[in-house]
Design a binder for this molecule. Structure first.
Ligand code: NAD
Ligand code: DAU
Length: 348
């Protein structure tokens, strides 16, 4: 039995689906179901006895303690977080609440549970914390740095430090992954790639921040999931592992690639190209110029390699959004629409 937090979100949802495809080991899935959590993602698991979904907060110590005592997991994998940089700029408090305080409370509940295990179970137990390359900040070609710059990345860095301290001080068997930008199925359409696909199909502007030359390093979500499984299996305690696919690309290239794939797979009836919808807009405040991940430790030590290239992954992703308009319509309704209306007006 494993306990996954945030398993109704983008990466956590993909992780739970992949886990239960390849393993008979059951999953307890604790998710608060914020605007970013969607049970639609998990609909194929309806009636599957290996999956227990619990709606709740990682910061609810009593609930987490009760779940741990009842299900006795051999591992906790912590995906739960507020994840969107733009939202952290407009309203940082939720990020501190969940990413910092929530992680602290989760760590404490897990420590209490772990302390009472038998010596063998204690040794076998793992707390895997899922984090981000954004903690390193904006990279130059030469200087590796640790400079979390946005409220989001600062809150994730704080959680990474707490996890590290709980290992160093209390001996909790932890391992942390810091991954680059993910893309793929079930990605919430406020993030660059799904937003561009969804807006392009709706005939809306494709908002590119600043000059569009910011660089992100892209990894297909299922490759992130396979890396997490590998680190859970064989990662060294107290270590952090960078996860990335060596796919650095400027944002504007990503947007042109998405547009070209849509031109091929869903050409517009009137014959114009989707790239004509690209609109340069005001830059994100404090926008980091370049992220890039050096995944050599994970590759050399644990033998992990991504299965997808960017070309194969992005094609699968665009096709998935073309095939799943109902998932998009469902996640875009309600609270999300209201928030977008307030921040960006009707056209976004
Ligand atoms: P997401 O926003 O799609 O999903 C987050 C999930 O956590 C949602 O289902 C939400 O309901 C849940 N959640 C939020 N607050 C909670 C709380 N207090 N208690 C319980 N559940 C809560 O995010 P994602 O993109 O799937 O990211 C998952 C994790 O991976 C995050 O920790 C993020 O920092 C990290 N990460 C993301 C990326 C990326 O490119 N998306 C890259 C590297 C690391
Ligand atoms: O690097 C890992 C991080 O990747 C994760 O930790 C975060 O949870 C995840 O949200 C993601 O953060 P980014 O800020 O990089 O992702 P986003 O999709 O919001 O933006 C990607 C790039 O595209 C970034 O440089 C900003 C730009 N952008 C984004 C949006 C939403 C645009 O130009 N226009 C947009 O409308």
């Amino acid at each position: 039995m494993i306990l996954v937090t945030g398993g109704a979100g983008f990466i956590g949802g993909n992780f739970v689906l992949d886990w239960l495809t390849g393993s008979s080991e059951p999953v307890v899935n604790l998710d608060k179901l914020t605007y970013a959590g969607n049970l639609d993602t998990l609909v194929s698991l309806k009636g599957d006895a290996r999956h227990t979904f619990v709606q709740g907060d990682i910061g609810d110590s009593a609930l987490v303690g009760e779940l741990l005592a009842r299900h006795k997991p051999r591992a906790v994998i912590n995906f739960a977080a507020e994840s969107h940089v733009d939202r952290s700029i407009h309203g940082p408090e939720d990020f501190i609440q969940t990413n910092v305080l929530g992680t602290f409370r989760l760590l404490e509940a897990v420590r209490q549970y772990w302390s009472a295990l038998t010596a063998t179970d204690k040794d076998a137990f793992r707390f895997l914390h899922v984090s981000t390359d954004e903690v390193y900040g904006s990279l130059s070609k030469t200087d590796p740095a640790y400079e979390p710059n946005s409220p989001y990345s600062a809150s994730k860095a704080a959680s990474d430090h707490l996890v590290r301290a709980w290992h160093h001080t209390y001996g909790l068997p932890v391992v942390t992954t810091n991954c680059s930008n993910n893309y793929g199925p079930y990605h919430f359409p406020e993030k660059l790639i799904p937003l561009m696909i969804v807006n392009a199909l709706a005939g809306k502007p494709l908002p590119v921040y600043g000059d569009g030359m910011q660089i992100r390093d892209w990894l297909y979500v299922k490759d992130h999931c396979s890396a997490i499984r590998r680190v859970l299996e064989a990662g060294r305690l107290g270590e952090t592992y960078n996860v990335g696919g060596w796919n650095e690309k400027p944002n504007i290239d990503i947007v042109h690639t998405v547009c070209a794939l849509l031109d091929e797979l869903r050409p517009k009836a009137e014959g114009s190209q989707y790239a004509t919808q690209i609109t340069y807009v005001t830059d994100r405040p404090g926008h980091d110029r370049r992220y890039a991940i050096d995944a050599r430790k994970l590759e050399a030590e644990l033998g992990w390699k991504p299965a997808e290239t960017f070309e194969t992954g992005i094609r699968k992703t665009v096709q998935w959004y073309l095939d799943n308009p109902q998932w998009v319509a469902n996640v875009q309704s309600g609270a999300y629409r209201e928030w977008v209306g307030k921040q960006y007006g009707a056209e976004r």
